[in-house]
Ligand binder design. Structure first.
Ligand code: PLP
Length: 406
């Protein structure tokens, strides 16, 4: 039986790390009448969103838009550049890296999955799920591959299941130091437009992203940013591809059209999101997320709880993972907070299920929505009899007040 909702007024607090809350301005844009996707107006919209996306990915090269969730864009990245049985080097940072690896197996590839070995002594969680990609491990493995059988290195930039980012420029340096021709493929589904990301400068060959995180759109569109080297590799890659094939899409995109029916109304929303992000400027957008993340971490530290990311240099600006003390079921805590205070928090996924929860600080959010989320969590922690060192609410308020601007 569904519990009676005694919070039927006011807004639901969606503080999961995506889908993120969608700004009203974007919702209004999506609500406009659907137009002919082969008509003259549509071409202008198509060209506008592709050009705007290139600025967000920080690339001069094509960005392909799919009417699919992020999982579709993962598949597109793999099938466009690989052949059956190809070796790909992947790195386990968490649940999403693990799902991408499983997909590679299902597609008939031979993924090798690197990970930091062992479990963490304080929390018992896998060490690899508390740290970013270790570029030196990638360099070592590529140096051993003297026959260059590895076709691609695949890493997740912002691991949404843990709140840990990875240094993508360091991964590129590792590939170059090993003098290895492997393509670099990066999932920044939850990093793009919230955390700094530079497709061209960091030498990424295929970047995968999606609409429902930093772009502040509902789920439903996803992207591949494609380097000239990846495009060249796609010409001889033999894994079957039809819907995902880059060539026809990129050709038709030149005039702003698609070989199939694109999701018109979500593209209105994308156009609006790009205006909002580019009006503000990416440095401002990135700084905003960093500041929110600092405020949230101030609360977690005050409570005396453990931040899942064990390396300060790679804290995610997009979300914070919080490990619950032994004996406190994080899923039960989330359920209680949701039921009592109408606040949704991200669940622990895969190997960290029920051991942690996640606070998203992205999308249509501000200091006070975050303060509401932190208050809801503090109340929930107290109700669950979790011993707290200090008030996280007070620490976060102090942080936000001290760093606020008129
Ligand atoms: N990769 C990352 C890092 C994600 O956060 C997600 C979804 O949250 C995915 C991949 C899968 O994307 P989707 O659920 O849109 O298919």
């Amino acid at each position: 039986m569904i519990a009676l909702n005694n919070h039927a007024s006011g807004r639901h607090f969606l503080q999961i790390p995506g889908p993120s809350p969608v700004p009203d301005r974007i919702l209004r844009a999506i609500s406009l009448p659907t137009i002919d996707h082969r008509g003259p107006e549509f071409g202008a919209l198509g060209v506008k969103v592709i050009t705007g996306l290139q600025k967000i990915f920080q690339t001069q090269h094509p960005v392909v838009i799919y009417p699919a969730s992020g999982t579709g864009a993962w598949e597109a990245a793999l099938v466009n550049i690989t052949s059956p049985g190809d070796a790909v080097l992947m790195y386990e940072t968490g649940h999403f890296a693990s799902l991408w690896q499983k997909m590679a197996v299902r597609l008939g590839l031979a993924p090798e999955f690197l990970a930091l070995p062992g479990t963490d002594s304080t929390t018992g969680l896998p060490r690899s799920w508390r740290h970013g990609v270790q570029a030196d491990m990638i360099e070592k493995r590529l140096k051993e591959d003297t026959l260059h059988t590895i076709k691609a290195v695949c890493v997740v930039h912002n691991e949404t299941s843990t709140g840990v980012t990875s240094d993508i420029a360091a991964v590129r340096r590792a590939i170059d130091a090993a003098k290895h021709p492997a393509l670099l493929m990066v999932d920044t589904i939850s990093g793009l437009a919230s955390a700094d990301y530079r497709h061209d400068e960091w030498g990424v060959d295929v970047t995968v992203s999606g609409s429902q995180k930093g772009l502040m759109l509902p789920p439903g569109i996803s992207f591949n940013a494609v380097s000239p080297k990846a495009l060249e590799a796609s010409k001889s890659a033999k894994l079957p591809k039809a819907f995902w094939a880059w060539d026809e899409i990129i050709e038709m995109n030149r005039t702003g059209y698609w070989p199939y029916t694109p999701n018109t109304n979500l593209l209105y929303g994308l156009s609006e999101a790009l205006d909002m992000l580019l009006e503000q400027g990416l440095p401002t957008v990135f700084a905003r997320h960093q500041r929110w993340a600092q405020g949230v971490r101030a609360a977690v530290r005050a409570w005396g709880l453990e931040i899942q990311c064990a390396d300060e240099s790679v804290y995610s600006p997009v979300l914070t993972g919080i490990v619950t003390p032994q004996g406190i079921d994080a899923d039960a805590l989330r359920k209680s907070i949701h039921g009592r205070f109408d606040l949704s928090l991200g669940a622990g996924l895969g190997k960290v299920k029920s051991r942690m929860f996640r606070i998203g600080h992205l999308g249509d959010c501000n200091d006070l929505t975050l303060m509401a989320a932190i208050s809801g969590i503090e109340m929930g922690l107290k109700l669950a009899n979790v011993p707290l060192k200090n008030s996280g609410v007070v620490s976060a308020m102090d942080y936000f007040a001290a760093t606020s601007k008129i």
